[in-house]
Write a protein that binds this ligand. Structure first.
Ligand code: HXC
Ligand code: NAP
Length: 296
């Protein structure tokens, strides 16, 4: 029988993030919204930021009503360093300080690479890699200047380490963010700044599904069939992991990337993994043949 208990429940104790101010880029939608809502429930102050202020405002109203927490909604295009600096200054002026940055904003689409214009490639690299660099740089300078500890959590994806066809700009950018994660973890560790990443597998969101599985593709390439656990992820499962990594309970974890994908990427990696299609009766015959072979 399938074990479902805990998937939709918060894991950390109340007040686990009390006193922390957390900035989430791309925090108005999808996984950013799910993580932010949970951080608020754990007592954090939240800054959500992206390009569309109306979306952010609407989300902040919903989040405050659901949690009783404080949310600042502020527009900021992560591609523009000056806007990132302004966002940080506004966050500090509202909440007194910023303790955590979650680099979650992203852009993506599927396409054969040879059909892409150079500008299409840049569009993704600019949001994902340059955007994460801009935010990490601004926050890192701030924490080091103020002699404060800091914490960066980068949302990458499993193809940051495997690569993937048809999403090559995103794979390059996410791979770069993973390299930045490991590099800064070492370089800024002495300043008390931690840097980790989460590599999610499929977690259905409007933003990702509309762009990566448009139209009939959602049924044809149903992601859950690629996952050994035969299901997609639930947002709270990701929020639980993110909550742990932005809390002080993970204080000795630095420079790691934690995969949360139901085993999806390994399913594609093992040479014999496709044998899951072999039925029991065929295994009986195979066993006879292979055992016999060892005596000949
Ligand atoms: C090919 C495309 C394209 C497409 C845009 N372009 N869409 N090329 N196929 N589907 C080209 C354009 O023609 C243009 O090049 C260049 O890309 C920039 O396009 P703009 O529309 O001007 O870009 P912009 O307004 O900056 O929008 C960025 C965007 C958009 C990435 C294209 O989709 C966006 O805003 N996305 C944000 C949200 C998002 O993508 N969420 C999903 C994250 S999911 P030319 O040469 O014509 O000027 C994710 C999951 C990973 O990362 C793993 C899941 C399992
Ligand atoms: P999403 O809802 O589309 O989130 C992307 C967010 O990024 C949006 O809120 C968008 O808001 C923001 N954004 C885009 N360009 C920006 C820019 N230039 N400046 C600031 N913000 C910008 O998709 P999601 O599925 O929740 O994805 C969230 C994160 O999880 C991404 O990093 C994604 O790569 C990662 N991920 C998702 C999955 C999945 O299965 N869903 C799997 C692996 C990894 P605006 O349009 O308002 O700017």
């Amino acid at each position: 029988m399938e074990q479902t208990q805990g998937r939709a429940e918060g894991m950390l104790k109340d007040d686990a993030l009390k006193g922390k101010t957390i900035v989430i880029t791309g925090g108005g939608t999808g996984l950013g919204k799910a993580m932010g809502t949970y951080f608020l429930k754990l007592g954090a102050n939240l800054v959500i930021t992206s390009r569309k202020l109306e979306v952010l405002k609407q989300t902040s109203v919903e989040m405050e009503a659901a949690t009783g927490g404080k949310v600042m909604a502020i527009s900021c295009d992560v591609r523009k360093y000056e806007e990132v600096e302004n966002m940080l200054a506004a966050a500090v002026s509202t909440f007194g300080k910023v303790d955590v940055l979650v680099n979650n904003a992203a852009g993506n689409f599927i396409s054969p690479t040879e059909r892409l214009s150079a500008n299409a490639f840049s569009a993704i690299i600019d949001i994902v890699l340059k955007g994460s660099v801009n935010c990490s740089l601004a926050l890192g300078k701030y924490w080091i200047k103020e002699k404060m500890p800091g914490n960066i959590l980068n949302i990458v994806t499993t193809y940051a380490f495997t690569g993937s066809a048809y999403v090559v700009p995103s794979a390059c950018a996410k791979g770069g963010v993973l390299a930045m994660t490991r590099s800064l973890a070492v370089e800024w560790g002495r300043h008390g700044i931690r840097c980790n990443a989460i590599a999610p597998g499929p977690f259905p969101t409007k933003g990702a599904w509309e762009r990566l599985l448009p139209g009939a593709m959602a049924e044809k390439f149903d992601f859950k069939n690629r996952v050994p656990l035969k299901r997609v992820g639930e947002h709270q499962e990701l929020a639980n992991l993110a909550g742990f990594l932005v809390s002080d309970f993970s204080g000795y974890i630095n420079g790691d990337v934690i995969t949360i994908d139901g085993g999806e990427w390994l399913q594609g990696a093992g040479q014999f993994n496709a044998l899951e299609m072999v039925p029991d009766a065929m295994w009986d015959n195979i066993e006879k043949t292979t055992r016999g072979a060892s005596h000949s």
